[in-house]
Design a protein. Structure first.
Length: 159
């Protein structure tokens, strides 16, 4: 099973390109905090390269920018190549199946949208949906058995 789920901040603005056959591809890196601090108390992060294709690529390049908090779900892929000195190298990157907003505008560096909107499965190039309405605080209180009334007939029931 090859499944990766990451939440992190974009290290730089996403880079949108097009293949020779006209397919959009977007490359970006995210900084993902490690679970534990070092012995000196510093938090460390891993910098993970990610790639999104087609509508996902357009979605990422349109709605995300440097410093923005992002959620990524995908798979790890490796590829080998020869560098300029002729040495064999291996690169690892996350192939994104789903990308979504995470957190609020203030938490994500002042981006376009709050809440969670997925770019996966629907093409992603849509305008972002409006921000969800603020929840109203509702106060609940406990009641007693006397607050209930027995229903003796099925005539007034809506089902």
């Amino acid at each position: 099973m090859n499944c990766i789920v990451l939440v992190g901040r974009l290290v730089a603005d996403p880079e949108l390109r097009t293949t020779q056959s006209g397919v959009p591809v977007c490359s970006f890196r995210i900084a993902v905090d490690r679970r534990f601090a070092s012995q000196s108390g510093e938090r460390q992060a891993d910098f993970i390269p990610c790639v999104a294709w087609r509508q996902q690529a357009e979605f990422v390049s349109r709605y995300f920018s440097k410093g923005r908090l992002i959620g990524v779900q995908g798979s790890l892929q490796s590829r080998s190549y020869d560098d300029q000195q002729g040495n064999r190298r291996t690169a690892y990157e996350v192939q994104c199946d789903q990308v979504q907003f995470v957190g609020s505008k203030s938490e994500s560096g002042g981006g376009q949208q709050s809440g969670a909107f997925s770019g996966g499965g629907y093409g992603g190039g849509f305008d972002a949906p409006p921000a969800p309405a603020k929840q109203q605080n509702v106060a609940y209180q406990s009641g007693g058995i006397d607050d209930f009334q027995e229903i003796t007939s099925d005539e007034d029931l809506p089902f």
